[in-house]
Each structure stands twice: as C-alpha cells, then as structure tokens.
Design a protein around this ligand. Structure first.
Ligand code: TTP
Length: 192
C-alpha cells in the first residue's frame, strides 16, 4: 500500500482520516491564506488545498500520496476563514445569523507528480443569534481555529436548523470524496 500522508495541522482532519482505516503520517506545511481579487471562492479553496498537498509532498518525499484540504464559509459572496479576533468573529456571526450560507471543503491528493482536486459542500442554516449567544460562544474558545468561526460538530450545533449536502464538508474532511480520490489515484498508478 502506498504511504499516505496528511498535510494538515487540523485535529478534525486527523480524526476523520483515521476512519478510513488506512495508516497515514502527518506533515504540516505552512501555506499563507490570501485570496486574490479575481479569484472565485471555489477557485480559492481549490488552490489552497492543492498548494497544501504539493507543499506536503515536498516535505514527505516523492513516493508518498499526500492529502491536503481547505475549508471556507461563503455568505453573501464573502469568504469567511478563521476569525482574527473577537470583533471579527462577532461580525461573522452577525452575517451568518438567521440565514443560510455555504461551507465548502476542497481536498487535493498529490501522487506521482499529479494533483487531483475535488470539492464537497453543504448549505447550512443558522437560527437568529442573540448578542449574548455570540458572546458566550466566543468565550467557549471553540470558534478561534475554525473557518466561519464555528464548529458544527461542537457547540455551534445548537445554532444549526438545517444542513443540506455534505456534513463532513462542513467539519473539514469529506470522507466519501477522500476515499474516491485515493482509489482513483491508486487505480491510475496500477494501470501504468
Ligand atoms: C465550518 C467548520 C470548520 N471547521 C474547521 C475545519 C478546519 O480545521 C478549519 C478550517 O481551516 P483550514 O484553513 O481549512 O484548515 P486548518 O488551518 O485548520 O488546517 P490545515 O490547513 O493545516 O489543514 O475549520 C470545523 O472544525 N467545524 C466547522 O463546522
């Protein structure tokens, strides 16, 4: 079996990838997250996932199969990543309150000089949030390291009235798509 490497510092991705029952190691490339003016949200999240996988491959070595991923939240054409501070977080929650947004995860697999990228997404609806709920949620410490400033798998679950699409795209690693990507890459390698 080809050595699988997860190019990520995200504990969520680590825990989820374990569920594929396939041994893997971890590298942590550092890719600056900055969207260029002409980049669409979809183009941006795909580029970051590919850059993480390719930077991971430089760390892990040529023979490895390297998985990178990136998650963003998109609302009103605005891309929300991790909140910089409490004020930024409050602005994000005020935007997401009482309406629907998209959570998108791109995954990229670099193997044998080729990078394959795919995406999974969900439409998530939040109830209307009070200022007190927003403040208490920040104080919990949960939002700081999460795209869109929330964790659907954690305390933010009580804000969510509806999820349509891929739940694991929200959490950060869609496993069906990840396994498909690995199988495709292995299949292509066997044909050669
Ligand atoms: C929306 C949402 C995001 N997240 C997390 C998943 C990701 O860890 C994080 C999105 O930030 P990313 O920049 O995609 O990932 P990361 O910096 O945590 O990890 P790495 O780049 O090293 O792979 O937000 C949740 O855990 N739950 C949620 O509901």
């Amino acid at each position: 079996m080809t050595a699988l490497v997860l190019a990520s510092g995200s504990p969520r991705r680590y825990e989820l990838l374990q569920l594929l029952d396939r041994p893997f190691t971890v590298v942590r490339p550092n890719i600056p997250e900055q969207r260029s003016a002409r980049e669409t949200p979809m183009g941006y999240v795909q580029r970051l996932a590919a850059q993480k996988a390719e930077a991971g491959a430089r760390l892990a070595g040529d023979d490895a199969m390297v998985l990178g991923a990136d998650t963003i939240v998109v609302c009103d054409h605005q891309v929300l990543e991790k909140p910089a501070d409490e004020n930024h977080f409050v602005t994000m929650m005020e935007l997401l309150s009482g309406r629907s947004h998209q959570a998108i995860t791109a995954i990229a697999l670099h193997y044998q000089q080729r990078t394959r990228v795919t995406t999974a997404l969900a439409t998530v609806t939040f109830k209307s949030l009070t200022a007190e709920e927003i403040r208490a949620y920040w104080a919990s410490g949960e939002p700081a390291d999460k795209a869109g400033g929330y964790g659907i798998q954690g305390r933010a679950a009580k804000f969510v009235t509806k999820v349509e699409g891929s739940y694991l795209a929200v959490v950060g690693l869609p496993l069906y798509e990840t396994e498909q990507l690995i199988r495709q890459a292995e299949g292509d390698a066997n044909e050669r």
